[in-house]
Design a binder for this molecule. Structure first.
Ligand SMILES: C[S@@+](CC[C@H](N)C(=O)[O-])C[C@H]1O[C@@H](n2cnc3c(N)ncnc32)[C@H](O)[C@@H]1O
Length: 512
C-alpha cells in the first residue's frame, strides 16, 4: 500500500513502522501552546492553562514521558542521537530546568532524530513553528542535521494578516518554517517562481483551454526572463472563519503553503510524510499532486477528519476498494491502509483503558466518529459533560417541508455492567436538550439496556418517512461487525472539504 495513515504516537510509529531512508519529504507542524505568556513558558512558573475543547493537550509538563525521553537521548537509544544533540539537551536542562519547555524540546529531539533516519539521502525536512520556540527548535534541528552532514537551507517566513485588537507591541503575524536537507548538495529541489501579481508591471497573457466543458485558466508572465525565483518570505492568506478551505480544525494550515513545499521538495510518485498531520492538509495536497503519503496523528478526531476530507475532496472511501455496482469489478483499489485503529474487541478494550495525559476521550472519539461515519461532533470537554459525549445534526422536514436540522446525542460507557437507569438518564438528557434521538454506545454488550430502550418510543423523520427508536443501544462488537448510523446528517457543522477538480485547484506558483 502506497498511502498509510497511522493512529498513534508518532515516535512509536516512526520507530516501529517507517523504514530507514524511505521518505522523500517530511513536513511537521507540532503543537505548541504559544498563546501562553512567554515568561511563563521560559521560567515554567505559574499555573499551566489547560485548554478545554481541543483534541490534543498542547500544554507541556515535565512528567514520566519527558523523563523517559531525556533518558533515551542521554543513553543514545538505538544510536540515533548525535553527540551535539545529547550535549544540547544536557545544556538546556541546566538553563531551563525540568519544565514545560524542556519537555517539549526533548520530545522534538526524539522525533526529529527519527525523521532524519527515515529521510532518503535526497530528502528534505520542513519544521513549522512560530517565534515562541523557533530559536530553540533551530538548535535542535542543527544538532540532528548539521552534525550528520545535512544542511540548513532556509528560514521561511509565512506572513499573513488577521484581525486583532491593539497590543503594546507590534502585531505578531508570521510563522516560521525551517527547511533542512539530509545532504548538502544532492537533494530534490524544483525551482518555484513568485506568484503572478495583479499589480505587476509585467504584461500578462491569459491562456484558456477548454477541457471537458470546463475552462481552465492559466496566467503566464510574457517575459519569462523576468520571472522572479521564489524568496523566503511567503505572503499567504491566513485561514479565517470565512475561508472556503476551512474545516473547523483550529490549527489547520492553508493548502497553498503545503503546495509550495511539496512542489519544491518532491516529485510525482515520491513519498511525503507528515508525522503531526492534524486535519490532513499535507495529505490532501500530496494526494492532489500525485505523491504517495504517510500520515500520523495521535487523536482519533484527526484520523476521522482526514478520512472525511479525502472522501469529500476526491470521492469514495479511501480505505475500501471502489466497486462498480453492476459489474462488481474493482474500479479503484483501496488507496490507503489504516493502522492503529481498533479492529477487534481486544484492541477496543485496550483503547478504552488507555491512560495518556496528552489525549483524552480517545475511546469515546473512536466509537462515536466510527458509528456516525465521521459526521459527529465530539464534546472534548474535560470532566462533567452533562451526559453528552458527542452530538450530530439529522436532516428532517418541518411542517412546510423545509429542511431543518434536529439534534441527536451520543453517550459512551465502557463499564462492564450497567443498570437500566443509564438509559433513563440518556432519555432525560435528550428531552432536556430538545434532541430527537439518543445513542448509547457501550464497550460490552448490554441486552438489559437494549430492552429498557424499547420503552422510550420512536422519532419520526419526515424527510425519509421512517421512524427510528428514540434511544438506541449499540455495543462495540456491533460496530466492529459494521453497524453504522444510516440517517441523513448535516455536515455543515464541520465544513465539507471542497471537491478537488481540475478547475478549483489553486495554482499560484510556477514550477521551473
Ligand atoms: C498543529 S496540529 C497540525 C495541523 C496540520 N498541519 C493541519 O494543517 O491540519 C498538530 C497535530 O499533532 C498531533 N500530535 C501531537 N502530538 C503527537 C504525537 N506525539 N504523535 C502524533 N501526533 C501528534 C495533534 O493531535 C494535532 O492534530
Amino acid at each position: 500500500m502506497k498511502n498509510l495513515l497511522y493512529y498513534g504516537d508518532n515516535l512509536e510509529v516512526l520507530r516501529k513502522h517507517v523504514k530507514d531512508e524511505s521518505v522523500d519529504l517530511c513536513y511537521i507542524d507540532p503543537p505548541f501552546n504559544s498563546k501562553r505568556n512567554y515568561n511563563q513558558i521560559y521560567n515554567n512558573i505559574g499555573k499551566e492553562d489547560v485548554a478545554q475543547a481541543q483534541a490534543f493537550v498542547d500544554t507541556w509538563t515535565w512528567n514520566s514521558i519527558a523523563n523517559e525521553g531525556l533518558d533515551d537521548i542521554i543513553s543514545n537509544k538505538n544510536g540515533v542521537f548525535t553527540k551535539q544533540s545529547i550535549n544540547l539537551i544536557l545544556g538546556l536542562e541546566k538553563v531551563l530546568g525540568k519544565g514545560s519547555l524542556l519537555s517539549y524540546l526533548v520530545s522534538m529531539t526524539q522525533r526529529i532524530a527519527e525523521i532524519y533516519r527515515v529521510l532518503k539521502p535526497t530528502g528534505s525536512f520542513y519544521l513549522h513553528c512560530d517565534p515562541t520556540a523557533s530559536h530553540y527548535l533551530k538548535l535542535v534541528c542543527d544538532g540532528v542535521f548539521l552534525a550528520k552532514g545535512g544542511e540548513f537551507q532556509n528560514e521561511i517566513v509565512w506572513s499573513y494578516q488577521r484581525w486583532t485588537g491593539a497590543t503594546k507591541h507590534f502585531q505578531s503575524m508570521h510563522d516560521v518554517v525551517f527547511f533542512y536537507t539530509k545532504t548538502k548538495k544532492d537533494f530534490t529541489f524544483n525551482l518555484l517562481y513568485e506568484p503572478y501579481s495583479k499589480k505587476s508591471k509585467h504584461k500578462a497573457k491569459r491562456l484558456s483551454t477548454a477541457e471537458k466543458g470546463k475552462v481552465i485558466t492559466q496566467i503566464y508572465t510574457e517575459d519569462t526572463s523576468r520571472e522572479k525565483a521564489m524568496r523566503d518570505v511567503w505572503e499567504i492568506s491566513y485561514l479565517n472563519s470565512q475561508s472556503k478551505e476551512r474545516l473547523g480544525y483550529p490549527t489547520q494550515k492553508p493548502e497553498s503553503l503545503l503546495e509550495r513545499i511539496i512542489k519544491a521538495s518532491s516529485n510525482e510518485g515520491n513519498t511525503v510524510l507528515d508525522a503531526y498531520c492534524g486535519c490532513g492538509t499535507t495529505i490532501a495536497v500530496a494526494e492532489r499532486l500525485k505523491r504517495n503519503w504517510i500520515g500520523i496523528d495521535i487523536t482519533y478526531q484527526s484520523i476521522s477528519l482526514i478520512l472525511k476530507r479525502l472522501e469529500d475532496s476526491f470521492g469514495g472511501d479511501f480505505t475500501k476498494d471502489l466497486v462498480d455496482k453492476d459489474t462488481k469489478q474493482i474500479i479503484r483499489p483501496a488507496k490507503l491502509a489504516l493502522d492503529g485503529v481498533p479492529e477487534d474487541f481486544a484492541s477496543a478494550v485496550a483503547l478504552a483503558n488507555k491512560q495518556d495525559d496528552r489525549v483524552r476521550k480517545e475511546f469515546e472519539k473512536w466509537i462515536i466518529l466510527t458509528y456516525s461515519n465521521n459526521r459527529a461532533i465530539i464534546n472534548a470537554k474535560k470532566g462533567g459533560d452533562g451526559g453528552i459525549d458527542g452530538t450530530i445534526f439529522i436532516v428532517d422536514y418541518d411542517e412546510k417541508q423545509e429542511h431543518i436540522f434536529e439534534q441527536a446525542i451520543f453517550s459512551v460507557k465502557s463499564n462492564k455492567t450497567l443498570s437500566p437507569s443509564v438509559v433513563r438518564d440518556l432519555f432525560g438528557t435528550v428531552e432536556r436538550e430538545k434532541a430527537v434521538m439518543g445513542f448509547l454506545l457501550t464497550l460490552y454488550p448490554m441486552p438489559n439496556l437494549v430492552k429498557e430502550a424499547e420503552k422510550y418510543g420512536t422519532y419520526q423523520n419526515k424527510l425519509l418517512g421512517h421512524s427510528y427508536p428514540k434511544i438506541t443501544v449499540i455495543s462495540v462488537q456491533e460496530l466492529l461487525d459494521g453497524k453504522r448510523l444510516h440517517l441523513p446528517t448535516s455536515v455543515e457543522v464541520l465544513k465539507k472539504a471542497e471537491r478537488k477538480t481540475q478547475d478549483n485547484i489553486t495554482n499560484d506558483i510556477f514550477e521551473s
